[in-house]
Design a protein around this ligand. Structure first.
Ligand code: CIR
Length: 257
């Protein structure tokens, strides 16, 4: 795998009204969130990708989490049908951007009653693990696999019990290495990988991203950082604490392809 492009979208002031499962963390502070976003963009540039930066969309508080309304594979792009009502319209905003990179026959759609969030999709080479979650339903997964099969790719379903999205708790950093936390530590689906077990108190840190040999790790998760460095990866650390307040992390903030 090698990525050439990354798409990100600036957060808006409405980010403070993003969906959250952790209101006790407080609302994101816009001024800090935008600083963190610049740092994130800079880290991606250091990984040698071309970064497309989209403008904020105040009408969609969670729209900086561009990973959810689209899934981009090496064979084509899938515009999803996001499972949260307040986010569903984000698919119409991301589609024209995705079409800058793919022609008509390489852009497919998940349609109602199927729903799917990109945060539930984890790419491991040509295999795609898809979490069945509160956002991603059985019909969405069925459509997704049908599209993949048309492109000679394949997928398998992973039922979720605790986390919002699949990649909230499990992330592949290439070379057979997988960061696992919580409910994913013992799952049979991932038994074949070299698992890096993330301790409960650092669970949020499991959401790392691999970009062309470098692993970007969230700031404040020393066990995760050391484990990734011990595997021989170059690392970059980015503070995503404002996004954490609305359940967002490193992977959700970009589309990488
Ligand atoms: C949401 O609940 O949809 C946003 N507040 C967070 C989305 C995080 N996205 C992701 O994990 N892919």
């Amino acid at each position: 795998t090698k990525f050439s492009h990354v798409i990100i979208r600036r957060p808006g002031k409405s980010l403070s009204n993003g969906i959250t499962s952790a209101p006790e963390l407080g609302q994101p502070i816009y001024e800090r969130a935008i600083e963190e976003h610049y740092d994130y963009e800079h880290a991606l540039e250091l990984c040698g990708v071309d970064v497309t930066v989209l403008p904020a969309l105040e009408e969609y508080p969670d729209s900086c989490f561009v990973e959810d309304p689209a899934v981009i594979t090496r064979c084509g792009a899938i515009i999803t049908n996001p499972g949260a009502d307040s986010r569903n319209g984000e698919k119409n905003e991301i589609e024209p951007v995705v079409r800058r990179f793919f022609d008509d026959e390489h852009v497919k759609h998940i349609v109602s009653p199927g729903t799917l969030d990109g945060g539930d999709v984890m790419m491991v080479g040509d295999h795609f693990y898809v979490g069945r979650s509160a956002r991603t339903n059985e019909e969405g997964i069925r459509q997704f696999f049908e599209i993949l099969e048309g492109w000679g790719l394949e997928g398998s379903e992973v039922p979720l019990e605790e986390v919002l999205h699949l990649k909230t708790g499990v992330n592949y950093i290439e070379d057979n290495n997988m960061l696992v936390s919580g409910e994913f530590i013992e799952k049979e689906d991932f038994a074949q990988y070299n698992k890096i077990v993330v301790p409960e108190e650092e669970a949020y840190g499991a959401n790392c991203i691999w970009v062309n040999g470098t692993v970007i790790v969230a700031e404040g998760y020393p066990t995760v950082l050391k484990a990734v460095q011990d595997l021989g990866y170059k690392t970059l650390v980015v503070d995503t604490s404002e996004y954490r307040k609305v359940d967002g992390g490193l992977s959700c903030l970009s589309l990488r392809f």
